[in-house]
Every structure is written in C-alpha cells, then in structure tokens.
Design a protein around this ligand. Structure first.
Ligand code: PMP
Length: 367
C-alpha cells in the first residue's frame, strides 16, 4: 500500500487510522453480518452509531445543551439558502461580511431568493488580503444575523477574531458562521454563535454530509412555506432523520471524531499540531524570494496556504514534479491559479516537512 501526501482543499485527506478502521468494518460491521451502508437508518445499530457520533462531536467542541446538532445533506452551499429561509422568515435582514468567494456566494444566494441583505464589511478594497476590523463593521438597524466565513478556503484568509456585534439599538446580533474549512482545527466557543455550519469534506469526513449547529432560540423563525427538508426545526425534531440521512458519511464522521479524541488527544492538541504545520510552511515561504503569499500575517489561514512562484511559467513543472514526489493536489483554485496547500487535521506534520523540503529543492534547481 502506498499513501501519498494529499493537500487537496476538499474532499480532503482522511486519517489513515479512520480509513483502516472503516475497511476492517466495511463488509461485516462488528459481527452484525452487514455493512453500515446496508443498515436501516432507523435500526438500533445505526441509531447507536449516529448518537455516538453526535455525543463525541459535542464533547470535542463542548457544544452546550441549548444547541441542536444537525447532520444534513446538500453541502455548505445549501446552507447559503437555508439560512435566510430559516432566520429571516419573520423579517429583518441578513448582514454579511465579505472576505472572499464563499462569503460572496452566501450573500448572492440570499439575494437571489429575495431576502433583504446588507454588506456589513468587506475586504474587497485590500484584495481580500486582510479581514475588516471589528470597528469598521456597519450593522443595519434590522439585522437578524451577521454571516461571515471564518476561513476563506480559496483565498487562504482566516479571521483572527470573532466579530461580536450589536445593532444600532444595542441588541446583540446572532452570529452565523461558515466554518467549512476550519471547524475542529482548534478549540472554540460554540456559545459565541447562533448558527455554525460546515460541509464535512475537509475536517469532518467524506463529502455528502453537512453539520449545522443551531441555538434553540433561533428555531421556529422559518418562513412557513419552505420545504420540510429545509426547516431547521423539523430537522431538529426528527433527529436529522426527516428522510434518509447520509448514513455512511455520518458513520465515518464519527470515526474521525474518535480519532481526534483518542489518537490526537482533542482539539487543544490538534491546535498545536496545526500551528506547527502552518508555521513551517509559511516560514519556508517567507524565507524565500521565490515563493510568496500575500495575506496579512494575522489573517493567514492555517488550513489553506495559497502561494505563487516568482515565475508563473514554472507552475506546471512544479506541480508535475510535486506529484511525482508523492505530494498531491497542490494546484491553486481554478479562479486564482498558483498553488495551494491545504493542511487540514488529517494532513500529518511529515507531509508539511516533505513539502517544505521539496520546495527548497525545487527552488535550488529551478529558481
Ligand atoms: N464554504 C466554504 C468556506 C468552502 O470551502 C466550501 C467548499 N469548498 C463551501 C462553502 C461549499 O461547500 P459545498 O461544496 O459543501 O457546498
């Protein structure tokens, strides 16, 4: 068996221990004589798997009792639509901080559906190289929530603060955060947020599953005519089983949560590892004149590290040679070009060491 180092932005690397455990349980799950994929989602076996996954996730992030955790389909992109449908059903506007492509999509989807939207802040003037400061945010009088993207996966721009804001009348505005690409990368305070959501295919598990955490008081504000499958309250009441949930992805996510707890030692340990990985790669980029990354130091993403070569004509050969060296998926997003190394939880520190060594060698030979 050969495992290469996979720097894909998503679907991303999964822990080898998780894949091996899944392989061992694939055909005959714990002596039950069938695969998890073949079980009824209402069976005792699957309900136990689902409940354990939720309990482990809650324990990892210290999710308070008054938050529902939903295991949904449709990707983070479906939340772009479900959020305004659920939170603006009784009026008000969605406020948005724009720090890159994903936040922009969240805003345009809400607008497309006809909801009132307001841009509260944007990093567009600086080319999305630094997040807007808290004191520059402009919150509308009718703000029902403030949406932001804690880590912009394509630009590699990560918030270094939680934007707690109030309306002009002093009322606190619930925060809604797209954490698709940095959830579980470090400890955090769930209670700072009204809604948190994340597509699974980076730090949670395989594609096909989306995790949503909703504070109880935000349930029941949905527009009455939305499809049942979009309604947080109905989904919460049915334990995310209004219809058949993505059972196998849910099971794999549960294995990832166990890996984080048992093999890594929890989110503080994960945080320290992720910091070391990011420091090594940004350090290598900053020490060289051949590689560069434009993001303000405080907002450099620890999960997605975009970088360019001094000579873009070498991009193709860089990627080819990296691939041959077992360093996969380093091509930047199609909208921006260049390179991007995603350093999610399941990317081991050795992968970063190998990448840094490859980059130094490449620079020496071709730079
Ligand atoms: N938000 C962010 C921050 C993302 O990185 C992505 C996917 N790369 C999305 C939303 C969209 O996710 P999905 O493909 O699951 O809809």
């Amino acid at each position: 068996m050969t495992r290469h180092y996979n720097f894909c932005a998503g679907p991303a690397a999964l822990p080898v221990a998780v894949l091996e455990r899944a392989r061992n349980e694939l055909v005959d799950y714990q002596g039950r004589g069938l695969s998890v994929m073949e079980m009824s989602h209402r069976s005792d076996e699957f309900v136990a798997i689902a409940e354990q996954a939720e309990a482990d996730f809650r324990a990892l992030l210290n999710v308070p009792e008054h938050y529902r955790v939903l295991f949904l389909q449709g990707g983070a992109s479906m939340q772009f639509a479900m959020l305004p449908m659920n939170l603006l059903g009784q009026g008000g506007s969605g406020n948005f901080i724009q720090t890159g492509i994903w936040g922009k999509k969240a805003l345009s989807e809400a607008r497309r559906l006809g909801y009132a939207c307001h841009v509260a802040g944007s990093s567009e003037p600086n080319g999305h190289t630094a997040v807007p400061g808290l004191d520059t945010l402009d919150i509308s009088r009718d703000a029902a929530y403030l949406h932001y993207t804690s880590n912009e996966t394509i630009g590699g721009l990560e918030f270094d603060y939680v934007p707690h804001v109030s309306r002009p009348d002093g009322k606190q505005v619930p925060l809604v955060c797209d954490m698709s690409s940095n959830i579980l990368s470090k400890p955090m305070r769930v209670e700072d947020f009204g809604v948190i959501y994340a597509g699974a295919q980076k730090n949670i598990g395989p594609a096909g599953l989306t995790l949503v955490m909703v504070r109880d008081d935000l349930l029941g504000r949905a527009q009455s005519d939305i499809p049942s499958l979009f309604d947080y309250q109905q989904l919460a009441e049915a334990g995310s089983m209004v219809n058949t949930p993505p059972t196998y992805a849910w099971y794999l996510a549960g294995l990832v949560f166990q890996w984080l707890r048992d093999d890594i030692g929890g989110l503080e340990a994960m945080d320290a590892i992720n910091q070391r990985k990011a420091d090594k790669l940004y350090g290598a980029i900053d020490r060289s004149d051949f590689y560069s990354n434009p993001i303000a130091k405080a907002n450099r993403s620890r999960m997605n590290v975009p970088f360019v070569l001094a000579d873009a004509a070498l991009d193709k050969v860089f990627l080819e040679e990296a691939d041959q060296a077992g360093l996969l998926n380093l091509k930047g997003h199609r909208s921006v070009g260049g390179m991007r190394a995603s350093l999610y939880n399941a990317v081991p520190e050795e992968a970063v060491d190998a990448l840094v060594a490859f980059m130094a060698d490449f620079e020496q030979r071709r730079g």
